[in-house]
Structures are given as structure tokens and as C-alpha cells.
Write a protein that binds this ligand. Structure first.
Ligand code: VAH
Length: 322
């Protein structure tokens, strides 16, 4: 039975991956680790939680040895917009943390899941039907960390035999945690504002197409990739995966089908607009589908309805959903 460590467990992916892993492998086999001293209650009440600074290699090694970890989902990182505000800290956490995890994994025979991103591509990457293998010249610190992370994970596999695997996540949408400083945060914020105020001021302009995915699909992808047959993997770090591609006005129209009086206007954030404009509009994820059976289950309409229903309940609002 796997013994799993999840770093960044209090973040957007971690807060949903940990419960899914605990359901699958048993609560006592999944250690949630975060930099926060006061994590979400469920992470503590439903299993083991430890605070962990991923820039401290000794601390990581101590947790891995204490709990006899054999698999690490390494999610701890600063997101794109936050990283542009503090690139030095972002490099220290994103690359220093990953290097520490890979070194501890090399010494303790752990498999490693690394979440790359559409941010690993840059302005000269083909933006439509973006190939699995293509030009990667990101011009954000976040993207430089992601493409460097992909290369480092591939190196630890080929040089040391560490079982590293990863995906290039699109923008992720979830209702359990608030956005954490990313460029795709609008696609989460919009739902909170739709349910509470029936209006939203979007920081990306109309026509800004980006790949997106609902969190249940993202969590399932991480688990399925780590459980897949290693012999079928021609790629490892990292697989393009996506579920949908939409622009802000299309998401707003989807919400209006359930909340007719919802309205949206725009105040463009030049920093996040520039980041979004350097990313693909839609990736080709054939390699993931062929090599480990990737298949999304949520499209825009299914995600919108589920998000609105769950946020209405979470926020205790009057439904307003037709
Ligand atoms: C961000 N949500 O916006 C993250 C993600 C593809 C975007 O990496 O930074």
C-alpha cells in the first residue's frame, strides 16, 4: 500500500487531492503537509497533518523517514501572478523546494508527482493545438520554474531512476478554496461574485482563450497518472492535459444560463493579461490520452452547474439558479 506525502496540501489542488487520496488509500497512508500553521480543519481532523517548509531539505527528509513515505505529490509553489511580484522568493520556493523533494526522493526511493502548467509555454509556442513536444520559452518566472522543473524531473528519472511523473495543468476551477494569486483566478472568482452579487468585474479582456479544467478532473488525473503502467509512458514530465478552452465572456454566458440576471464588466490587469497572452489557447493532449488513458469528465456546462450549486450551499445564499 502506498504511503503518500502531499506538500502544498492547503492549496487549491492539495485541499481536494488529500481527501481523494485518503478515500482511495486510507487516511493513515496520506500525510498532508503545508506551510500554514493553521490548515483547513478537514486536513487535520480526517488524517495526519504536519507543517512543512519545502525549502528545508532536512525537514522533508525527516517527514519522509518518520512516515516511511514512498510517493510524494509535490504541490507547494507560488503561482504565476504572485511569482511576478516576488520572483526571488518564487525561485527559492518553487525550484529550491522541488530540488529538495527530488534529492530526498532519490535517497529514499520515493516516486514524485510534479504539477507543471500551461505556464511552461511562452509567446512563441504554437497557441492552438499546442503539441506535447514544442518550443518552451516562457517569459514569466513561474513559467521558467515550470519548464525547469520538467527538465529537472526528467533528469532525476534518467540519471537516478527516480519515478517522476507530471502533467501540464490548465487553469483549475474549484469551490473549496479561494484563488491563490494566479492568472486564471478570474474563472474561480466569477462564481463567488455570481452567487453573492450577481455581477463580476473581470481582470482579463474578452477573447482571452485559456485551457481550463474542473478540479475533480485535475485530482483524478494526478492519481491516474501515478497509478499508470510506467512501461507505457513515453513522456513523463510533463503531459499536456485539458478539458475545455473558453474566454471570459463564454464563462459568463454559461453562468447566465443558470443566473439570468448575472452581469460582467471588465477592468484589465495588464500584468495578468500579459501572462495570459503568453500562454496557449488550447493544448493537444493526445499523448496523455494514448499513454495513460486521460479523459476529462466535466465540460463547461457541467462544471458551471456544479460550481453554482456547491457555492450556493457553501455560502448559504438564496439559490437564484433557474
Ligand atoms: C496560475 N492557476 O494562474 C495557475 C495555473 C495555468 C494557471 O498555473 O498561475
Amino acid at each position: 500500500m502506498k504511503r503518500i506525502l502531499v506538500t502544498g496540501a492547503t492549496g487549491q489542488i492539495g485541499s481536494e487531492l488529500v481527501p481523494a487520496l485518503r478515500d482511495r488509500y486510507g487516511s493513515n497512508h496520506v500525510i498532508a503537509a503545508g506551510h500554514k500553521k493553521t490548515p483547513q480543519q478537514n486536513l487535520v481532523e480526517e488524517g495526519l497533518y504536519t507543517s512543512l517548509d519545502v525549502t528545508d531539505a532536512t525537514a522533508i527528509e525527516s517527514v519522509v523517514r518518520e512516515y516511511r513515505i514512498d510517493t510524494i505529490f509535490h504541490l507547494a509553489a507560488l503561482l504565476s501572478a504572485v511569482s511576478e511580484k516576488n520572483p526571488q522568493l518564487a525561485w527559492k520556493v518553487n525550484m529550491g523546494g522541488l530540488f529538495n523533494v527530488l534529492e530526498v526522493s532519490r535517497e529514499n526511493n520515493c516516486a514524485v508527482f510534479f504539477p507543471s502548467s500551461i505556464g511552461a509555454f511562452g509567446p512563441d509556442t504554437p497557441r492552438d493545438d499546442t503539441p506535447q513536444d514544442t518550443v518552451q520559452h516562457p517569459n514569466t518566472l513561474y513559467g521558467i520554474c515550470k519548464v525547469s522543473g520538467e527538465l529537472l524531473c526528467n533528469y532525476y528519472f534518467s540519471r537516478f531512476g527516480v519515478d517522476t511523473r507530471g502533467v501540464r495543468y490548465p487553469g483549475l476551477i474549484s469551490y473549496k478554496t479561494l484563488p491563490g494569486g494566479g492568472t486564471t483566478d478570474y474563472a474561480v472568482e466569477i462564481f463567488y461574485h455570481a452567487v453573492q452579487e450577481r455581477k463580476y468585474n473581470c481582470f482579463l479582456k474578452q477573447g482571452t482563450y485559456l485551457d481550463m479544467m474542473y478540479m475533480p478532473d485535475a485530482v483524478r488525473a494526478a492519481i491516474e497518472l501515478m497509478e499508470s503502467d510506467a512501461n507505457r509512458l513515453k513522456h513523463r514530465n510533463a503531459f499536456n492535459i485539458t478539458a475545455m478552452s473558453f474566454a471570459p465572456e463564454e464563462l459568463a454566458a454559461s453562468i447566465q444560463r443558470y443566473i439570468p440576471n448575472f452581469s460582467m464588466d471588465y477592468t484589465v490587469d495588464p500584468v495578468r493579461q500579459a501572462i495570459a497572452d503568453s500562454w496557449p489557447r488550447h493544448m493537444n493532449d493526445h499523448a496523455a490520452r494514448e499513454q495513460w488513458g486521460w479523459q476529462p469528465q466535466y465540460d463547461l456546462e457541467q462544471m458551471t452547474r456544479d460550481m453554482l450549486e456547491r457555492l450556493t450551499a457553501k455560502l448559504g445564499q438564496s439559490s437564484g439558479i433557474v
